[in-house]
Design a protein around this ligand. Structure first.
Ligand SMILES: Nc1ncnc2c1ncn2[C@@H]1O[C@H](COP(=O)(O)OP(=O)(O)OP(=O)(O)O)[C@@H](O)[C@H]1O
Length: 664
């Protein structure tokens, strides 16, 4: 509450006035709902003690004086004041001191919100000097009471603004966030200012437009007006509060086009600028049609309070939205860093499973040999799920001894063990709100398994050396390359943990069993590494494709990735041949069919790997290609020659040259 200026020195005041002051202050201290009765009582005792005919508190409205309070009450019956009284009031206000004109005595009340004066009607027996002194004192008391009233009102208003603003963000989502926020802000203004409507006009500076929302009855709920039109435009240009009341203000200031668009009739309006955090004007906040009469300064003060909070709320929402956009872009980038490539039915099935379990909290167990892409699948599941904006963390359970694994997963408190010089979060806490990938789960120690099971069941961790349970919201995806059922039989893996983890199981086949996916993945890695170093992507020729399809890939996708990385860096040619791949014989699978073959017949019997000699490899490839084409054409050599783009006689010659038996 603002400090009140003390009334003038009380030493020369009569006893009754001092007693009345004390009573007034005591009653004010208990914060009455209204101070009107206190002031009435004061005026009445003043009238009696000072022997005056009447006393009023007169307030200057727009163009006239009105009586706010009178003693005796009957003196308020006639609202109008005589011209002599008005002249006395005006003089007191102008001179800022107690003034007397004939039967009238006026003492100005220093009031911040309005011009008001204590007006005393003297009578013959009134002691003029004492009355003047008492009037001055009384005017100071009234100013103090008014100040106390307006402070109380202001506190109430601010409390209402704060409590309303605190709920503006409730249920505001990212998609339609701004619109629903503006609606809530406008509703608050309507409620606190007791008016029919309110709108927030946000400034599109570049287009010189103000976009007003809510705009009831307008499609899209937003109304666009030139940024210099009407009272709203005036507010934007001047940066000042504008009040317009029909009848007393200039009609031409109102943009009636807006009324037409909104099918609304503006009768009164208050508009205040919306100032952003950096002090820049971001728009205008207007309230329309005060329900009981016109808008006053106090309405402008309340609307300015609301505008201060509204500007912060709007800017905060906008930064939040832009952060969400950046975050989503980062998530997309992160998801794109490890895409799940492949069209094999097993990979397609994983994609479908990921979609199905996306909205659930089900645990997933990923099975597959080393390098088949178990972590890629775990990330795919994470980025498909609602947890995508949370963290994804991975722990290799085989890489840590039991004591370290526990502190890695659950964290530790300071001093928990010799090296624990400070407290540290475990991976469970770090993955809170996201996904924790536990790789090589089959290698986890029995002690680790027991603790993990407890965390999964209770959804809280206790750090090593600590005793307080910390709640964690984590989805666990475990992976292994070991047959867990066998480990359970051998009592090396807990069956209860297996059931916890294996709610949904996903199996990744070895790469050699994924058919043409080898080529899809090879092309993907070629593009990936070539774009990283900015080189043109070389083409895999048929022999290379055949070699890729024929390799056994003991290291699975990881081996293929490494092979393609090496090619990108070390093979400068635009064509990649089988020999460039350097796939060693030891890793060669059963020979594959030539690319594009429908028969999938074996390569020349007895050949287990491509020979090192290019001529010989070419010869073998040509033999296989001719054989398959003839087989495809049901033994019809003429048709096969056509397919191979050779003349029939040339095909025979070629076959002879290659040592093929043209008869067979
Ligand atoms: N389907 C796939 N699409 C794209 N890249 C893949 C795919 N599968 C595996 N990879 C890549 O192969 C490499 C090995 O994958 P990942 O680490 O996921 O395999 P893993 O089965 O978890 O291996 P390990 O069992 O050795 O931990 C990674 O570089 C990964 O990006």
């Amino acid at each position: 509450m603002a400090l009140m200026s003390p009334p003038p020195s009380s030493s020369r005041q009569p006893q009754w006035l001092l007693a009345a002051t004390k009573r007034l202050l005591d009653q004010l201290a208990v914060a009455p709902a209204s101070s009107e009765p206190l002031l009435s009582e004061l005026l009445n005792s003043f009238r009696q003690q000072a022997s005056v005919a009447a006393v009023h508190v007169a307030v200057q409205a727009t163009d006239a004086w009105t009586k706010r309070l009178s003693a005796p009450e009957s003196a308020a019956d006639s609202q109008s004041l005589s011209s002599a009284a008005e002249s006395c009031l005006a003089e007191a206000l102008d001179r800022e001191c107690v003034t007397r004109q004939n039967e009238w005595l006026a003492a100005p009340i220093s009031d911040t919100l309005q011009s008001s004066v204590l007006l005393v009607q003297l009578q013959a027996e009134s002691p003029i000097e004492a009355t003047a002194l008492a009037s001055e004192y009384l005017a100071a008391l009234i100013a103090m009471v008014n100040q106390s009233d307006s402070d109380r009102l202001r506190i109430e208003q601010l409390a209402k603004v704060f409590s309303a603003a605190a709920h503006w963000y409730d249920d505001v989502d990212d998609t339609d966030g701004e619109s629903s926020l503006l609606h809530k802000i406008a509703d608050t203004a309507v409620e606190l200012l007791h008016c029919q409507r309110a709108s927030i006009f946000l400034w599109d500076k570049r287009r010189k437009k103000l976009i007003g929302r809510p705009a009831i009855g307008i499609e899209g709920d937003s109304l666009e007006v030139p940024d210099d039109a009407g009272v709203v435009g005036e507010t934007l240009a001047s940066g000042q509060i504008q009040i317009w009341n029909q009848g007393s203000d200039d009609e031409s200031r109102v943009n009636r086009q807006v009324d037409q668009d909104l099918q609304f009739a503006t009768q009164s309006l208050v508009a205040v600028p919306l100032i952003g955090r950096k002090g820049q004007t971001i728009g205008v906040f207007e309230a329309l049609n005060k329900i009981d009469g016109g808008f006053h300064n106090n309405d402008a003060i309340v609307l300015t309070d609301l505008a201060t909070h509204a500007a912060v709320a709007i800017e905060t929402l906008r930064s939040q939205q832009s952060l969400t956009v950046s975050r989503d872009r980062l998530i997309q980038d992160a998801a794109g860093q490890s895409p799940l490539i492949g069209q094999h039915p097993a990979i397609e099935a994983i994609r479908q499973t990921a979609q199905r379990v996306a909205k659930t909290e089900l645990s997933v167990l990923v099975l597959g040999s080393n390098g088949t892409g178990k972590e890629v699948v775990a990330k795919h599941l994470h980025y498909q799920s609602d947890r995508r904006s949370g963290p994804f963390t991975a722990v290799n359970c085989a890489a840590l001894v039991e004591s370290l694994l526990e502190s890695e997963l659950f964290g530790h408190e300071k001093g928990a063990f010799t090296d624990a010089s400070s407290a540290r979060m475990g991976q469970f806490e770090m993955a809170n709100g996201g996904t924790l990938f536990l790789d090589e789960i089959g290698d986890m120690s029995p002690g680790g398994q027991a603790k993990l099971l407890r965390v999964l069941e209770q959804r809280e961790v206790v750090r090593v050396g600590g005793s307080t349970p910390i709640p964690v919201d984590v989805r666990v995806i475990a992976a292994t390359n070991q047959p867990l059922e066998d480990l359970i039989e051998q009592k090396r893996f807990r069956q209860d943990l297996f059931f916890r983890l294996n709610v949904v199981a996903v199996s990744l086949p070895d790469l050699k069993d994924r058919g043409e996916d080898v080529l899809v993945l090879a092309e993907h890695f070629l593009h990936h590494f070539c774009s990283q170093i900015g080189r043109r992507v070389p083409a895999l020729n048929d022999s290379a494709k055949q070699a890729l399809l024929g390799h056994s890939w003991p290291g699975n996708v990881r081996e293929l990735r490494n092979t393609m990385e090496r090619i990108c860096y070390l093979t400068p040619d635009d064509q990649i041949r089988a020999a460039d791949l350097q796939l060693t014989g030891a890793n060669q699978a059963q020979p594959a069919s030539p690319v594009g073959s429908v028969t999938h017949s074996a390569l020349t019997p007895g050949i287990q790997a491509w020979p090192a000699s290019l001529n010989e490899a070419t010869r073998l490839f040509q033999i296989e290609q001719i054989r398959n084409t003839i087989a495809e054409c049901g033994g019809n050599v003429t048709e096969a020659a056509e397919k191979l783009e050779l003349h029939r006689s040339n095909l025979y010659r070629k076959m002879k040259q290659l040592g093929m038996d043209s008869e067979g």
